[in-house]
Design a protein around this ligand. Sequence first.
Ligand SMILES: [Zn+2]
Ligand SMILES: [Zn+2]
Ligand SMILES: [Zn+2]
Length: 88
Amino acid sequence: MIRQCKACKRTHQSPKGCMLRPMKIKGIEYLPLPYGKEAAWELYKITPEPNCRDCGTPLGKYHHLNCCVEQCPLCGEQWITCKCKVDK
Ligand SMILES: [Zn+2]
Ligand SMILES: [Zn+2]
Ligand SMILES: [Zn+2]
């Protein structure tokens, strides 16, 4: 099944990864971390695979929308479950 990203309209197999999508948290825009820069790799001494296991983006490129590997640029938690993005 080919999945298409709602943000960049590329498929998840695209070698370009996602476009740069600033993440808005409490009114401030943060730049997303490129794949491979997440703290978890260092923390658990894991070498990231050449392509993201969830969204397929290559190392050094940006994750696609709703990727479960993407890290919150503010708190370092998993972006899709992190509470920072909930603007009250
Ligand atoms: Zn990803
Ligand atoms: Zn995308
Ligand atoms: Zn967060």
